[in-house]
Design a binder for this molecule. Structure first.
Ligand code: SF4
Length: 301
């Protein structure tokens, strides 16, 4: 067996271990495995070092209704196993792969912080966001900033585009119609909103809900990166093209990117459609459900 075959076999064994819930790989044969493979092994095992049990939400009926709503438009999705979905490539050619931004190979830029330290950091960061006036065409229009919401030790972060009118009014992310649909998706995943962190690529509502400009995404990115560095989620779900532009710095359409995992620092990234797109395109729900099932398989749900 040549060297690359050894690497592939090793990674496959690790993935099988992960599926079986085994979180440690033991000692690796020194000298036989290249350093880069050891790094990959370390990263794989780290992402499952502290698996949380599946949510024990009592509202089974609500969850089942949410699944039905998603699956009702997705007869074929129900037949697609999460394992099959994991291997989907959507016809991506090698030249279409995400541009290398160097972040995929980098670890989180902060050490692991205690919950108290995370809260302190978020208090500082949200204060900076409230005072930020970098986007001149936005600041005079916003009512307030929308920092994000959720626990400080989430396994999953959902990231959207920017606040809408309801979010601008309440200061909370995803509380309008699209937010209600996101809640259904999260419920169908056997999670609750209390278990995931929700944020946007932009912290302020653009005028007339227009699509954020690249310059505005660039302005706000350091806030997003600081939030993620503090939270260190295992998974980030990019909801729509703006989240993808912020995190993965890719302009490729969602249809070309979804169906596989990407890497952002210590987290694995899932790309799918924004809930507001689903409100206009019911048929896309089946794709979102496939993407969420792919994630659920990794979460052990
Ligand atoms: S969108 Fe972000 S960068 Fe722009 S003004 Fe608001 S907080 Fe600042």
């Amino acid at each position: 067996m040549d060297r690359s075959n050894v690497e592939n076999a090793l990674v496959q064994v690790l993935e099988n271990f992960q599926r079986c819930g085994i979180t440690r790989f033991g000692s690796l044969p020194a000298g036989e495995v290249p350093a880069e493979t050891l790094a990959a092994v370390s990263q794989l095992t780290t992402t499952t070092a502290n698996p949380k049990p599946a949510s024990a939400s009592p509202n089974v009926a609500r969850r089942s209704a949410a699944v039905s709503e998603l699956a009702a438009t997705t007869p074929e999705a129900a037949a697609v196993s999460a394992t099959q979905a994991t291997g989907a490539t959507n016809g991506l050619r090698a030249s279409d792969r995400l541009p290398s931004n160097g972040l995929g190979a980098e670890p989180w830029s902060l050490p692991v912080l205690s919950l108290e330290q995370r809260q302190t950091r978020f208090d500082e960061l949200s204060g900076q966001v409230r005072n930020c006036r970098l986007c001149s065409s936005i600041v005079s229009y916003r009512q307030q900033t929308v920092f994000g919401a959720g626990p400080l030790n989430p396994r999953v972060c959902f990231m959207g585009e920017a606040p809408g009118a309801d979010e601008d009014r309440t200061g909370l992310p995803f509380v309008g119609k699209a937010g209600q649909l996101l809640t259904k998706i999260i419920t169908a995943m056997q999670l609750s909103r209390d278990e995931v962190y929700i944020l946007n690529a932009l912290k302020c509502r653009p005028p007339q809900n227009r699509t954020p400009m690249n310059e505005e995404i660039d302005h706000c990115r350091h806030f997003v990166e600081s939030q993620l560095d503090t939270l260190r989620p295992e998974f980030i779900v990019c909801l729509g093209a703006v989240a993808v532009r912020c995190i993965l710095r890719s302009e490729l359409p969602i249809g070309r990117l979804r169906g596989q995992f990407y890497q952002y620092r210590g987290a694995r990234v899932v790309v799918t459609y924004h809930p507001s797109y689903l409100l206009r395109n019911e048929s896309a729900k089946k794709h979102v459900w496939e993407d969420m099932k792919m994630l659920m398989a990794e979460l052990g749900s």
